[in-house]
Design a protein around this ligand. Sequence first.
Ligand SMILES: C[S@@+](CC[C@H](N)C(=O)[O-])C[C@H]1O[C@@H](n2cnc3c(N)ncnc32)[C@H](O)[C@@H]1O
Length: 350
Amino acid sequence: MNHQDIEFPRTQQQRIFELIETIDQGASNPKRIADCVMRLSSYYAENPLGKTPWNESWCQIAYLAYYYPMNWWRMVVAIQRSKNNGHFSNFEQLVDFGSGLGSTSFAFDFMGIDFPQGDIFIESSKIAIELHQKLVGSNARHSIWSQDSRKLNIDRPTLATFSYSLTELSQIPDWVQQCQGLLILEPATRDDGRKLMQLRRDLLPHGWSAVAPCTHQEPCPLLELTERDWCHDRVFWKQPDWLAKIEDNMPIKNGTLPFSYLFLVRNELAFQGPGTNHGRMTGDLQDFKGYSKQLFCRGKDREFVSWQHKIFGKKMQGITRGSLVKYRIGIESKGNEIRPESNDDIKAIE
Ligand SMILES: C[S@@+](CC[C@H](N)C(=O)[O-])C[C@H]1O[C@@H](n2cnc3c(N)ncnc32)[C@H](O)[C@@H]1O
């Protein structure tokens, strides 16, 4: 799926605007929404560990029209990056922690991934729960909401998800250890990204295997070999007009949607993971005279794929930041550079 082709469902966009009108009549115009977004954005900047202030109408409006659809886009791409190995069919239920308005489960619906025993949403805000329920309407049949995850009993294969919610917690809750899968989406900041890489380092020795973005179980090169790098991805999206009109009234412009993510599964499920000649493009394209290079991850070393323009052109066909890549075993490499010489040397899998 090309990210440019991912469209936020129109019926959901209409529902969002109808809901905004019930919160504050006349507020569903781009300027009013943009003011709310700027307010919430300043709140998050001033309170990086603070709770989302759901009791404020400007927060509800900003979340509905802006953060909810954008977190949905990010999650759709994170699911696409993670689904290659068919792991999602192993889970009978979803537990979405800090579910907010439900962007995560809506992304799974959009990707056609269903959890037969339904979804459990853990959300401390009653206001967010009510808005979420209004957004899903009659589709809420297989869903349960709870404001407190301490009562959670995991007795079937479960995928735990955290989208922009781990950042509001001091540590990962204990019940996660009873789950079979863990998918986390976090802001693409250096602090949040490095915390996620540290979480991977902490969990791997305790029965978990990394599936995405990592294609290996070795130490993370960006965590161990650098102090300033952090692993993050980027959605190259086609912003819909209704979101562009909101951003026309704001100094922020989301040309691309960056995010950090991590998908882990229990070791007993991990045999389905990619083979040893797989890696992930983890950096942006860097252009030089006659050649380009891009940060690439396939193990404990910090490496680049570097290619000649005369063979491949400036951009490697079909391979962008975040792509899962298969390379030929024995591919030429020199120092920290992997050097493909023909199309048979390197291919995007998704
Ligand atoms: C930034 S929002 C993310 C919402 C949604 N997951 C998304 O991606 O759009 C974080 C959510 O976590 C919820 N939250 C924070 N701490 C929580 C806790 N201890 N238990 C349940 N929910 C919590 C907040 O109320 C908020 O709705």
